[in-house]
Design a protein around this ligand. Sequence first.
Ligand code: SAT
Ligand code: MN
Length: 587
Amino acid sequence: MTTSLEALAAWVDDVAALTRPDRIHWCTGSDAEYAEMVRRMEAEGTLTALNQDTYPNCYLHLSDPSDVARVEHLTYVCTRTEADAGPNNHWMAPDEAHAKIDALFEGAMRGRTLYVIPYCMGPLDSPLARCGVEITDSPYVVVNMKLMTRMGDAALERIEREGHFVKGLHSTGDLDPNRRFIMHFPEELSIKSIGSGYGGNALLGKKCHALRIASYQAREEGWLAEHMLIVGIESPAGETHYIACALPSACGKTNLAMLIPPESLPGWKIWTLGDDIAWLHPRDDGRLHAINPESGYFGVVPGTNARTNRNAFDMITHDAIFTNVARTATNEPWWEDKKEGEPAIDWQGRPYDPASGPAAHPNSRFTVGAKNNPVYTSLSEAPEGVPLSAIVFGGRRKELAPLVYQARDWRHGVLVGAGVGSETTAANIGEVGIVRRDPMAMKPFCGYNFADYWAHWLSFESRLSNPPGIFHINWFRQDKDGRFIWPGFGENLRVLRWIIDRTEDRIGAHETPIGYLPHAEDIDMQGLDIDSDVMRALTSIDESQWQAEMDAIEAYFDTFGDRVPAALRDELAAVKNGLSNVAAKAS
Ligand code: SAT
Ligand code: MN
């Protein structure tokens, strides 16, 4: 036994009896252990060293070509009743799910090592952090968990002190998509995942624990687990505001979290606290505080270059793991839009041929520790987190949604979040580019019925004397020819400034039925050459399109039946009413 916690020792024994590994290794989390794991994977051929002169300590992993993204259709939430999982989740009865997946785990680790990874999501000494243990047979998972979480001895110590932890069991199985399942048992605080080695399916601390299980746990304990980046924005006068922003996967959360102010806005500084997940807790000061449960980034690689995100571009030149990118003839990682070098070998390890598609997989990823980020802040370790000035929802919408707007109040803000729609991306296996409802960017990640989740969100109104403002952004508007009309990236700081000015009551706004829109002149445009017509399109709404949108949101709410909170229905009715009044006046 390698732990004083009986429940943990017994669980590891049970899993070993079921999966039959050759060896058991308790991860300490040391750097030496990481180095040894890397060496072993190199020997096995599952990790390849990249050019160590230009990319020191960088490695490449190529996954099975059928295992490159999350698999929402194979992801289940297994609550006792189907209604508790809600129409937003695939559901299976817990007994049936355990039986089905345990059969696949039988003997699955024969010939392999079983790794026990104790980890802590959030700063080790934070009362807001929560712990888990992942059992896996994948060395790739171990090295990624080392970069992404606080794992090993220190986490184990906390777990032994607290006596409880989220249980996550993972095996890559045989990678057959027909024997692949990602199952969550929120009532048991446990996860079982088999048949995939990909990030969100296999690094169980991330989406499985820190979102699906944690969202359930958060509802019971009175907090929120959200798919949000956390960023600090420091003005030239030295005033810093913290903002949490929810965007669907592969919509630029990492870029926004590491934003580089344009030269035309001197003196502004950005600090990254997190790029994917935020845990939000109401604190004694009446404000909502945020911590990032993770300690590293698992970001989309393609599109990263010195112009789009210099910080990320630099951050992944050392001590990083790349998954499914291409390589140059000199063994440097290569991806679409890198704007440097040429691909020689593609993400499947074949000589590059443009006829066989992109050189790097569109969902290829980098894994790095957060401290690699040039704008890392030690506040990421603050046990109390940071107080939020604003919560920002957003999606990828070619049309309809303006650049930015503000909800009237918390309750209306919950409607804005619940109504988010976004075009799908390559982060999930499935069709790309179709609009789907993605409330709070949590569609793939909420571990219980969305209707109950919205009610939980609404409950914070009375628990925060000083709530953050709620906003909605859209960086992805296109013209008729499919070109993006807003430059995005660093220029997004102009929008963040508007958001901060609004939360500080420093500027007015234009009231519309969907919320407050900017007066075009209140967005600082110095140094940016954008047509006034384009600015007008970005800061106005088309009422008839919005009427159709609200109808679509209403139809979506209807799929949740009477569980939808009355307050949310009232908010929706108020917006619809406002829109029809405007339409009546215009005709
Ligand atoms: O699911 S992952 O965390 O691997 C990536 C994503 O979809 O955000
Ligand atoms: Mn994500």
